[in-house]
Design a protein around this ligand. Structure first.
Ligand code: KIV
Length: 257
């Protein structure tokens, strides 16, 4: 049975932790889906496979192209498509247009947008009213890199109060879930207890309703990982070894046998 938004909310109520990862292509999407990942995010962290230094250059066309490939690999997980920088911040109309394209052209049921109170609250409310499910994203928001940096957010009491307010406002605007990125664990706990929609943490401690990481980080494929990521295997080493073995066999005319 495909995972639904309603199911995520039920899992929060039941205390069943939600497993989320990113995918940017068909093969990885298929593997994650078959392995039982609940939520697959076509994140703009895709910048790492496109060779961009940040998430800012990604276009909606690039995102939709990859999201279509992911969609073909996903049977069970709830799929969410990130809206890239400046494809939704200009106005609610622009956000409805971009989010609508994501749903119509990829077949994904939901989108994610970064940012909180006050800028994104009206926009998210309008997109939800248009019938498009939205996941929010507060704390460290990489699309605001040049304002916030990539450091942990919510370090002062004032900043913590603002992030809590943002999460509450996004819930009221109709978001079905919120990513909490790189904030203190006790703030993530406070938010998770305060709102009824699931929180999905990344670098936000263990008290969120679920966890998300960037798949290339857990597989050891990224050139560098953020401090909160956990590397479960080192595919860079595995691939390098396989390629070197192949090269030796070709040069020594041992392959093909
Ligand atoms: O782009 C992404 O992969 C994300 C996750 C890190 C939450 O937004």
């Amino acid at each position: 049975m495909p995972v639904t938004i309603q199911q995520l909310i039920q899992w929060k109520q039941q205390g069943r932790s939600i497993v989320a990862l990113t995918a940017w292509d068909y093969a990885i999407a298929q593997i994650l889906d078959a392995a039982g990942v609940d939520l697959i995010l076509v994140g703009d962290s895709m910048s790492v496979v496109l060779g961009y230094e940040t998430t800012l250059p990604i276009t909606l066309e690039e995102m939709l192209h990859h999201a279509k490939a992911v969609r073909r690999g996903v049977k069970r997980a709830l799929m969410v498509v990130d809206l890239p920088f400046l494809t939704y911040q200009e106005s609610p109309q622009q956000a409805i247009h971009s989010a609508g394209r994501a749903l119509k052209e990829t077949g994904a049921p939901a989108v994610k947008m970064e940012g909180g109170y006050p800028a994104m609250v009206e926009t998210i409310a309008r997109v939800v009213q248009a019938g498009i499910p939205v996941m929010g994203h507060v704390g460290l928001t990489p699309q605001s890199l040049h304002q916030l940096g990539l450091r942990q957010q919510g370090k002062t009491e004032e900043a913590q109060a603002r992030i809590l307010l943002e999460a509450i406002a996004l819930e009221q605007a109709g978001a079905f879930s919120i990513v909490l990125e790189h904030i203190p664990a006790d703030l993530a706990l406070k938010i998770t207890e305060k709102i009824r929609i699931p929180t999905i943490g990344i670098g936000a401690g263990s008290h969120c309703d679920g966890q998300v990481l960037v798949t290339s980080d857990i597989l050891g494929l990224s050139e560098k990982q953020p401090p909160f990521a956990k590397v479960y295997t080192n595919l860079r080493e595995t691939i390098t070894k396989a390629v070197q073995d192949y090269a030796v066999q070709v040069r020594e005319r041992k392959f093909p046998e």
